[in-house]
Design a protein around this ligand. Sequence first.
Ligand code: CAA
Ligand code: NAD
Length: 300
Amino acid sequence: IFTRNFSSSSPLNVIKTVTVIGGGLMGSGIAQVTAQAGQNVTIVDLQPELLEKAQKSIQNNLTRVAKKTFKDDAAKIENFVKDAASRIKTSTKVEDAVNADLIIEAIVEKLDVKQQLFNKLDQLAPEHTILATNTSSISINAIGAGIKRKDRYGGLHFFNPVPVMRLLEVIRGDHISDATYQTLMEWGKSVGKTCITCKDTPGFVVNRLLAPYSAEAMRLYERGDASKEDIDIGMKLGAGYPMGPFELADYTGLDTNRFVMQVMYEMTKNPVFKPIPLLDKMVAEGKLGIKTGEGFYKYN
Ligand code: CAA
Ligand code: NAD
């Protein structure tokens, strides 16, 4: 593996083994679709308990997918889940998991933490390994600023819930080679996603449009112009969205929403992304949405 030739003019690299760093909401979904597609995947997280949680959630979601595909055929459902789960390994050490064709980072949304991880991966991973980040708002050029293999580095931005949402944004940094970009597009297709090409611009495509929408909804509610319930109903029944903006904010996490808006404000200076007092207050109170049991709505 260490001697495999991979230069910008080489033919497409075929991804057979993947490592996902961070086994949270996004990382576990990315690992699931990878395993479902017949590829071997290793999930890395900080503690064994977090890895167990990721495996449990993957098991549940694989069962949902299997039930949908195989209806009442219990044997086929069991086989599908077993087969996909058998391709997933876990580790608490990045060092033990770098031997992969593609490494996708899905850890906490903090620039310095991501940079440190990429610098380490760049040093430890085999020459041919492509590195990718699932960041939702940080510049991918900034995250990869310290790595040497800039031609083998890009953004793979998935959407929550990963097993259901069919889109993958493939982000081209300043130095990505055409071969790497094509490999990432092909890999996205291989895990069942429709890929779109994005530049390294704030929020890429989808969050650039979703974030102002979400901010405007919160301001509308904060001003007392409409109730959150009515705003949610309005967007579901009037615009055909599957969730209203408050249901979606609770689903993606209010801390994530706040962070995305902060970064977008720093990058664009668009006043729509200025701090929203209501959002700041809710995050400070730990009301982060479904994951903490309360956000704009309460959950059991
Ligand atoms: N894994 C596997 N299958 C899942 C799943 C999961 N995690 N979550 C839901 N499903 C499946 C269900 O089994 C169900 O399948 P059937 O239709 O065959 O029954 C189907 O998806 C629908 O699920 P539910 O019936 O439970 O609920 P729903 O109809 O309300 O759909 C939803 C749930 C798919 C989440 C839908 O409400 C939706 O699309 N919401 C919008 C999500 C969205 O906008 N995501 C993007 C967020 S932005 C982002 O991710 C980017 C960022 O950087 C922050
Ligand atoms: P999460 O908090 O659910 O998961 C992050 C996981 O990374 C945690 O399990 C944590 O223990 C682990 N982790 C943190 N630092 C680590 C390290 N140094 N090494 C290994 N593991 C580490 O977060 P998430 O929602 O899955 O988000 C992950 C990334 O995906 C972020 O960059 C986020 O912006 C992006 N993203 C999130 C969404 C969303 O809707 N939540 C959508 C698209 C992209």
